[in-house]
Write a protein that binds this ligand. Structure first.
Ligand SMILES: [Zn+2]
Ligand SMILES: [Zn+2]
Length: 213
């Protein structure tokens, strides 16, 4: 599988634009192409997509982690270009969307053969889970429910291999010691602590970063 970070607080490729928010493209073999979150600003989202050669019309589904503007701000501009998508939102997300189909997710859910949602945790946020041979790859928006409870919810699908996304104020660093890869990005406050504790697992984020697993 392949994850391309489109929108992030910092850039990995300097021709892209950094802005507070998060979005990435999730490509899994024989599975619809999923846009995970949409950043804050639709213009920046679409410009970064263009520079990464990602055609908005090539996207089949949008997965929204939670309703905060830094994850949903680009959604309406994206839907103006491609409304033929299925959008997965957590059940607490109540805004009407101009999309082909909207799925409100409450409990954990199998979206495709190897793709799952944790369901909405702590009444705020869902995470996307991809099952690969090595284990589970978990993509989180801000991790408001707490990294511990997200990983706990993931364990119903298998063993977690990698965690990618915003980890907010996460500092119970022991919780991630068994993971093989961690890419703390977006709102993660303790990035340098995580990097110095787990230099072998740590992968730099930033817009333009491509992670193949
Ligand atoms: Zn955020
Ligand atoms: Zn948030």
């Amino acid at each position: 599988m392949k994850i391309t970070i489109i929108y992030d607080n910092k850039v990995y490729k300097k021709e892209l634009e950094a802005d507070w928010g998060f979005s990435c493209l999730v490509e899994v073999e024989n599975t619809p192409r999923i846009l995970f979150d949409t950043g804050t600003n639709g213009r920046i989202l679409l410009r970064n997509m263009e520079k990464l050669n990602i055609d908005p019309n090539s996207i089949d589904e949008v997965f929204i982690s939670h309703s905060h503007l830094d994850h949903t701000g680009g959604l309406s501009d994206f839907l103006k270009l491609n409304k033929e998508v299925k959008v997965y939102v957590p059940i607490s997300f109540r805004r009407p969307l101009n999309a082909k189909e909207v799925v409100s997710v409450k409990e954990s859910l199998q979206i495709h053969e190897n793709v799952f949602s944790t369901g909405e945790l702590s009444r705020i946020e869902q995470s996307l889970v991809v099952k690969e041979e090595k284990g589970l790859i978990v993509i989180a928006g801000c991790s408001h429910p707490g990294v511990g409870s997200i990983l706990n919810a993931d364990s119903q699908f298998g063993k977690v291999y990698a965690l990618i996304g915003g980890l907010h104020g996460f500092r119970e660093f022991d919780v991630v010691k068994d993971l093989e890869l961690i890419c703390p990005t977006h709102c993660t406050q303790y990035q340098s602590e995580i990097k110095s504790l787990y230099p072998d697992k740590y992968v730099e984020g930033g817009a333009g970063r491509i992670i193949k697993l």
